[in-house]
Design a protein around this ligand. Structure first.
Ligand SMILES: [Zn+2]
Length: 244
């Protein structure tokens, strides 16, 4: 019970008898549900993380196609990169904003992760000769020192990468998330503008009985998950191999 709520023993008995919960108990139930959801999300992203890196070679082979296909490039890939540093805290690859009571989550996108891996800062040479990509880094913005882990798409071996500029990791990813947020918001504004035009057209044609712009406000038709994309890419390679 919060310290601010004073309840006598007699009041407590009366309330219990009536089966009434005080607000704090309801809040506890909500907190428990939120925690259970967080557990499910955590397990889900651990599974996706493993799936992603098990298929890293497939993903990198189709880099160009992914970048050229919005439903692939826009897949949430915030869990792919991790790390953080002294003073600056954990690397944030997702940001949630409360807009008029509606929570909007912005995630680092798959196409953006692929672009991050284009930079020398996020690449390393694997023992096998292949180029590995950095998926985790820690360090300090003061000393600038860092320690990172790269993973190889070919042999799956992990390579330790020492002492590259921490700021070049951390602030680069942060800036790329900002770009993704800007892209989504501009997209949203664009879609609302289209809806306004559609609406005005209907009004002008006398077709509009219910003057609500929101009726013409539409999102992208297609969404795609990592799982769907991997399946589509595998099928494509299978067909191209001539075995189909
Ligand atoms: Zn390798």
């Amino acid at each position: 019970m919060p310290e601010t709520i004073q309840e006598t023993y007699a009041d407590f008995c009366r309330r219990q008898k009536a089966g009434l919960l005080i607000v704090d108990e309801q809040q506890q139930k909500e907190n428990d549900d939120q925690e259970a959801l967080r557990d499910i999300h955590e397990k889900r992203y651990e599974r996706k993380y493993d799936l992603f890196f098990d298929n890293l070679d497939l993903i990198l082979r189709h880099r160009e196609e992914i970048l050229a296909t919005p439903r692939y490039a826009n897949i949430d890939a915030h869990y792919v990169l991790g790390g953080g540093g002294l003073y600056v805290g954990e690397l944030r690859t997702a940001r949630q904003l409360n807009i008029a009571g509606t929570l909007i989550t912005f995630n680092l996108k798959l196409g953006t992760v692929l672009k991050i891996w284009d930079t020398d800062q996020f690449r390393a040479r694997c023992e096998c000769g292949e180029t590995a990509v950095i998926r985790h880094f820690v360090g300090s913005p003061l000393s600038g020192g860092s320690s990172a882990t790269a993973v190889c798409p070919k042999c799956k071996k992990k390579t330790h990468v020492a002492n590259r500029s921490f700021g070049m990791y951390y602030f680069y990813v942060k800036g790329m998330l900002d770009d993704d947020i800007e892209m989504v918001v501009k997209n949203l504004i664009g879609k609302w503008t289209v809806a306004e035009v559609e609406h005005q057209k209907k009004v002008a044609e006398g077709k509009c009985r219910d003057p609500k712009i929101a009726q013409d406000f539409k999102g992208d038709k297609e969404t795609c998950s990592l799982e769907t994309m991997l399946q589509e890419l595998r099928l494509k390679e299978f067909k191209e191999s001539g075995n189909f």
